[in-house]
Write a protein that binds this ligand. Structure first.
Ligand code: FAD
Length: 403
């Protein structure tokens, strides 16, 4: 008879996989994380954490380290390229709703390092690098991940398997479920510069509306002062990736945003396609999805990774109870109902709305939106409601009401 180790397998050592692993390890559940790459990836993607995400990560004991390394961003702006500042929002109004009435800016690759360091304290947790999962099988009492390793193929089995292997991951594909939604026609380019954009009155996070070229700005800590300004722009269909990433292309975009007679220093540039998709099924038997493996959204509003962390914490709580026999497996379907609903109602709807507002082409509609935003900012009750939504507190509260 073959025995199967009593462990949870997590595919992917990205932020969602490692958050899930740490949350399970802290409940004394043995975990093995299988990561395709030879080391943690240096992803220039997410960098902004909303209040509920900070509460959840603090509950795993890493809040202080994150705050020591990141930037606290209490105010963020909505701007228009032609009109300038429309509204500056102050998250301080949420002081009674959360312990963390701010956003924290810290690159995703710094979070994964912090998570991996914290996980290393648990002898029953291991991260196996250079383990690319190629197929999943499941039986009644266990699941098996087939891995391609440096020295050949290896089978890893466990009682449960969590797919946190990102948007094109194999675990979702193994479930043979639809990844419902659409891909935006334009791509986005991200350009990072150490140039001090803040000296022009920009807060560390701001969104700039424009019918031709909107922008999202984030100041991130990078290796330490002076940090970097990371700016995301849309790339139209008739511009190639090479043109958008060229020196001329990056300088042209930065100069259109903020004219400067000198050449901007550029630290990083990257281009990517943007999707709005949610998997129809998040669980089949012993295999469960979380993070980008289950859902993708555009980055306006910074909700993708945040939503993935919300999945990870919710799932680890329910799987922990199933593991200890305190709940039956239907708790895992509750995870799916709660997180899938929150994703569709808030993250998908909110990120699509945010992007459409930034890129609105009709001048009359744009003017009306700006007027509405200014009126909203003048009303403290509506301001609080707006910030509860944009800071994702409302989505977490909504998920908790689903039974
Ligand atoms: C430009 C940009 C900016 C963004 N900014 C924000 C932001 O500010 N805030 C926010 O909340 N979100 C943001 N996002 C979204 C965010 O980056 C993602 O939601 C987040 O990375 C998802 O984490 P994840 O762990 O689910 O997946 P990933 O980060 O994709 O990690 C998946 C891991 O699985 C591994 N893997 C893949 N396949 C296999 C396999 N077969 N076997 C083993 N391992 C495998 C990968 O190597 C990787 O380590 C942004 C995205 C982009 C593109």
């Amino acid at each position: 008879m073959t025995t199967h180790p009593p462990q949870a397998i997590i595919v992917g050592a990205g932020p969602v996989g490692l958050t899930t692993a740490l949350a399970l390890a802290r409940q004394d559940i043995p975990v093995v994380v299988l990561e395709a790459e030879p080391a943690l990836t240096h992803d220039l993607r997410a960098a902004s954490y909303h209040p509920p995400t900070l509460e959840m990560l603090a509950s795993l004991g890493i809040g202080q380290t994150m705050h020591e390394r990141g930037y606290i961003v209490q105010r963020w702006q909505y701007r228009d390229r032609r009109e300038g500042l429309i509204v500056e929002w102050d998250l301080g109004v949420l002081a009674e709703d959360t312990e963390y009435p701010w956003r924290l800016h810290l690159e995703q690759h710094q979070l994964t390092r912090i998570l991996a360091d914290a996980l290393a304290a648990y002898p029953h947790a291991q991260v196996l690098f250079s383990h690319r999962v190629t197929a999943i099988e499941q039986m009644t009492d266990h699941a098996i991940a087939r891995c391609q390793c440096v020295d050949g193929e290896r089978l890893v089995s466990g009682a449960w398997l969590i797919g946190a292997d990102g948007g094109s991951g194999v675990v979702r594909k193994s479930l043979d479920t639809e990844f419902e939604g659409f891909t935006w026609p334009e791509r986005n380019v991200n350009i990072s510069t150490p140039y001090d954009i803040g000296q022009h009155g920009y807060t560390f996070n701001c969104y700039i509306a424009d019918p031709a070229e909107w922008a999202g700005l984030f100041k991130v800590p990078h290796l330490g002062p002076p940090g970097l300004w990371r700016i995301g722009f849309p790339v139209p269909d008739d511009e190639t990736d090479e043109q958008a990433l060229s020196d001329e292309g990056t300088q042209a975009r930065l100069t259109r945003l903020l004219p400067w007679e000198r050449e901007y220093p550029v630290a990083y540039r990257s281009i990517y396609r943007v999707h709005q998709r949610v998997a129809r099924d998040w669980r089949r038997g012993r295999v469960i999805l979380a993070g980008d493996a289950a859902h993708l959204n555009n980055p306006v509003g910074a909700m993708g990774l945040n939503g993935g962390v919300h999945d990870a914490i919710n799932l680890a709580d329910k799987l922990g109870r199933v593991w200890r026999g305190e709940a039956d497996v239907s708790a895992l379907d509750l995870y799916v109902r709660q997180r899938r609903t929150a994703n569709i109602e808030f993250i998908q709807a909110g990120s699509i709305r945010n992007k459409r507002t930034l890129e609105e082409r009709d001048p009359a509609v744009r003017e009306q939106r700006h007027a509405e935003m200014r009126a909203l900012a003048d009303d403290p009750v509506r301001t609080r409601a707006f910030l509860l939504g944009t800071s994702m507190i409302e989505s977490v509260r909504r998920a908790a009401t689903i039974t």
